[in-house]
Design a binder for this molecule. Structure first.
Ligand code: ADP
Ligand code: MG
Length: 269
């Protein structure tokens, strides 16, 4: 049975999509079966996984509106297969922006993704969901479907403040919609150890959240930022980059934290 995780943070530009595609590729690289679900109408995670959002015949939109199953709508990039870190993609494009309105009067609207995932959960070890930067019906679908939330964050001055909103939202979803939901961990991303403030915020995070802060730290690394323009996760685009190594380390940490998963195969650089 797959473990299902949302990558969420109400702020934009904090590294959600970068985390989703690179963790997907990293997990695939260490032998895990992965489905990546793009819940952002911008479709960046789709494009960044080697899938052209403009050519999708079926997408997560069709799944949410119950006109297609995940088995019918999922796709896989040949380029990721060639790079040895392939995962399935339930893609998104601008159609998804309309789903919010179309779902508004429908029953069980926040549970559509959860119900759709039920039929494929035996096929994967991990399902990773890239959320948009808002608490919309789309994010709610992600949070309802998930066992846990991975929160990427930059160690900046306002980071902790933004976090309290997210923590409250997750508490509400936990109380009202999804008893399984918990924060799996906070992932420090775009980290630059030379910046004293980042070190300080990182220390504060550990003091506040203890074990919930992942050991792995993702450095600021230009190769991770360049990779999307080549339509690949950094892990596939430049496996030797520092940022790519960090995401493979993170994949190992996830597998280890969860225990009892299919064993990760050793990473050969
Ligand atoms: P979000 O999905 O939260 O909006 P993105 O993952 O799209 O955030 O990241 C925002 C920007 O930061 C993108 O241009 C991305 O390439 C860049 N970026 C993300 N992580 C890193 C990193 N570790 N090093 C350098 N650039 C990064
Ligand atoms: Mg994004």
């Amino acid at each position: 049975m797959a473990k299902i995780f949302c990558v969420a943070n109400q702020k934009g530009g904090v590294g959600k999509t970068t985390t989703t595609v690179n963790l997907s590729a990293g997990l695939a690289k260490v032998g895990q079966r992965v489905l990546m679900v793009d819940l952002d109408p911008q479709g960046n995670a789709t494009m960044g996984s080697g899938v052209d959002k403009r050519r999708l015949e079926l997408s997560v939109y069709d799944v949410l509106l119950e006109s297609a199953s995940i088995a019918e709508a999922k796709v896989r990039s040949e380029r990721l297969v060639a790079a040895g870190c392939a995962y399935d993609v339930l893609g998104a494009n601008r159609d998804l922006a309309g789903a919010e309105v179309e779902l508004v009067n429908q029953e069980r609207r926040e549970r559509r993704l959860k119900e759709a995932l039920a039929s494929v959960t035996g096929d994967y070890d991990f399902v990773l969901i890239d959320c948009p930067p808002s608490l919309s019906m789309l994010t709610l679908n992600g949070l309802c479907a998930a066992h846990g939330v991975i929160v990427p964050m930059q160690c900046e001055y306002f980071a902790l403040e933004g976090l309290s909103d997210l923590v409250n939202t997750i508490k509400q979803v936990h109380a009202n919609l999804n008893k399984d939901l918990e924060i799996i961990g906070l992932l420090r991303v775009m980290f630059d150890p030379r910046i004293t403030l980042q070190q300080q915020v990182s220390d504060q995070l550990k003091a506040h959240f203890g074990e919930k802060v992942f050991d792995t730290v993702i450095p600021r690394n230009v190769r991770l930022a360049e990779a999307p323009s080549y339509g690949l996760p950094g892990v596939a685009f430049d496996p030797s980059a520092r940022g790519s190594h960090a995401f493979v380390d993170f994949a190992h940490e996830m597998v280890t934290r969860l225990g009892g998963m299919r064993p990760a195969v050793p990473h050969v650089a």
